[in-house]
Design a protein around this ligand. Structure first.
Ligand code: FES
Ligand SMILES: [Fe+2]
Length: 415
C-alpha cells in the first residue's frame, strides 16, 4: 500500500473523538504528505508588517523544502519570493533579516531589484535575457499587520480570512507596532502535537502556574463551540462591542480559522504575574476601553494569537521534521513604547516564556510516549478537549479531501 492509500485508509477507519494513529505523529512519509497537501497549499503566517519598516527591509523563512524571502518593495508593497537564485540556485538571502538596496546573490553577485526582476548579471554573454530570470514570486497578502504567504500556484481565496480577521484586529493597529522581543524554540514533536496541546487547557492547571493567574481554563475560552450561553462571555462581548471592538466567537465554515474575545480572570488586563499591564503605553491609541481581555485568533496550520490592551503575543508554527517543530513567539508593543521606561522586558515576556517552555516539555513527552509500540489512539475529553477534536477533524477532513482530489497528481519529493 502506498503512503497516500495508507493515510486515507487510517483516516477513514479512525475512531471519532480519538487521537490519531501513530504514523501521523512520527512517520516521515506521512510528514511529507502533510507538507504537500497542507503546508504547500494553504496560507501561512510569515511575520508582521512592522518588521518591514523601510523599503528594502526583508526577513527570511523556511517552509519545508522552500526558502522564502519576504520584503518591502520601493513603493511600499510587501512581496515574497522564492529565495533561490535564478543562476544556479543559491539562496540569495542567507540572513534572518536585514535591509538592502537590492538583493545580491552571494555566489556570483547576480543582483535583483526589490520587485524580483534581475538588474545585473555579470558577463552572461549575448543572447542572455535577464527578463527571463526574475526571482520567482510567492503569493503574499497582508491583513491588519499580519503577512501571509502561500506556496501554491493557485492559492485558495484569502478574502474569507481577511473578512473575518480584519474587523477584530484593525483597531489594535498592529501594522504600526514594534516587536519588543521574539524567541524561537524547537519542540521535539510533530506539528500536530503542538497544535493539539495548544487547542485545550485541560493541561493548564497542572502545567502553567504563571498563565493560570490570568488565563481561564474554561472550555468556553479555549474551545470552539461559541460560549455565548455563558453569561460572563455574553457580558464581555456586549461590553467590548459597545466600545467598537468586535468580540463574539466567529469561526469560518471550514473550521480553519476563528476569532474570539475572552475576559481574563479577575479582570486582569495582561498576561503578567499580577494581572496588571506590562506596558504603560497602550498598544493602540484607537482603543480606550477597559477590561477588553484577550482577542484570540487561530489560523491552521501556522498561527495562534493573543491581543491584549497593552501588548500582543503572536505565535508561528513551522514543521521541521516528523519529530521537530519550530515555534516562534513575538511580543508586540506600541511603536513608541520605550523599554526600561514604558515596560520591563522580563515582566512583559515572563509568563509566555515560561508557558512556552512548559508546553515544549509537554509536547516532547507526548511525542516520546507516542513512539512506543504500545501506543494506541486514546479518547479526547468531550468537555475540555473540544478544541483538539475540532483541530483533528479539520486536519483529517482536509487531508482526506485533498488526497481524494490529488490522487492523480504526483507528489513533489521533499529532500
Ligand atoms: S547562484 Fe546566484 S549568482 Fe550564481
Ligand atoms: Fe499549554
Amino acid at each position: 500500500m502506498n503512503v497516500r492509500s495508507e493515510m486515507l485508509n487510517l483516516i477513514r477507519h479512525r475512531k471519532d473523538g480519538y487521537s490519531l494513529p501513530q504514523p501521523f505523529y512520527v512517520d516521515q512519509a506521512f510528514f511529507d504528505v502533510d507538507l504537500d497537501l497542507i503546508w504547500y497549499r494553504d496560507w501561512l503566517f510569515a511575520g508582521h508588517d512592522c518588521e518591514l519598516l523601510k523599503p528594502g527591509s526583508y526577513f527570511t523563512l523556511q517552509v519545508g523544502a522552500y526558502p522564502i524571502v519576504v520584503l518591502r518593495d520601493r513603493d511600499g508593497t510587501i512581496r515574497a519570493f522564492h529565495n533561490s537564485c535564478r543562476h544556479r540556485g543559491s539562496r540569495v538571502c542567507s540572513a534572518d533579516r536585514g535591509v538592502v538596496a537590492k538583493l545580491v546573490c552571494p555566489y556570483h553577485q547576480w543582483t535583483y531589484n526589490l520587485d524580483g526582476s534581475l538588474a545585473f548579471a555579470r558577463q552572461m554573454g549575448e543572447g542572455f535575457d535577464p527578463t527571463q530570470h526574475s526571482l520567482k514570486p510567492v503569493a503574499c497578502e497582508s491583513v491588519a499587520g499580519y503577512i501571509f504567504v502561500c506556496l501554491a500556484d493557485e492559492p485558495p481565496a484569502f478574502a474569507p480570512f481577511d473578512d473575518l480577521m480584519r474587523p477584530y484586529f484593525a483597531p489594535h493597529n498592529l501594522t504600526d507596532a514594534k516587536i519588543a522581543f521574539q524567541s524561537t524554540i524547537i519542540e521535539k514533536g510533530n506539528w500536530k502535537l503542538v497544535w493539539e496541546n495548544n487547542r485545550e487547557c485541560y493541561h493548564c492547571a497542572g502545567s502553567h502556574p504563571e498563565l493560570c493567574k490570568t488565563y481561564s481554563e474554561s472550555p468556553n475560552v479555549t474551545g470552539v463551540a461559541g460560549g455565548g450561553e455563558d453569561p460572563e462571555m455574553a457580558e464581555h462581548w456586549a461590553r467590548c462591542e459597545a466600545a467598537g471592538l468586535p468580540a463574539q466567537f466567529r469561526m469560518h465554515d471550514s473550521g480553519q480559522f476563528r476569532a474570539i474575545r475572552a475576559p481574563l480572570l479577575r479582570d486582569a488586563e495582561s498576561y503578567t504575574m499580577n494581572g496588571r499591564r506590562a506596558v504603560a503605553r497602550g498598544l493602540s491609541d484607537a482603543v480606550d476601553a477597559q477590561r477588553i481581555g484577550a482577542l484570540m485568533l487561530f489560523n491552521y496550520p501556522t498561527t495562534w494569537n493573543h491581543v491584549l490592551i497593552d501588548h500582543a503575543v503572536t505565535f508561528r508554527v513551522m514543521p521541521i521534521s516528523p519529530n521537530e517543530t519550530a515555534v516562534t513567539t513575538k511580543w508586540l508593543v506600541h511603536k513608541d513604547a520605550v523599554e526600561g521606561v514604558d515596560y520591563d522586558l522580563d515582566t512583559l515576556t515572563h509568563v509566555w516564556t515560561q508557558t512556552n517552555d512548559q508546553d515544549r516539555r509537554i509536547v516532547e513527552e507526548n511525542a516520546l510516549g507516542i513512539r512506543s509500540p504500545a501506543y494506541e489512539p486514546g479518547p479526547y475529553s468531550q468537555l475540555h478537549e473540544g478544541g483538539v477534536i475540532q483541530f483533528v477533524d479539520w486536519y483529517t477532513r482536509t487531508i482526506e479531501s485533498r488526497l481524494d482530489g490529488a490522487g492523480r497528481e504526483p507528489i513533489r519529493r521533499v529532500a
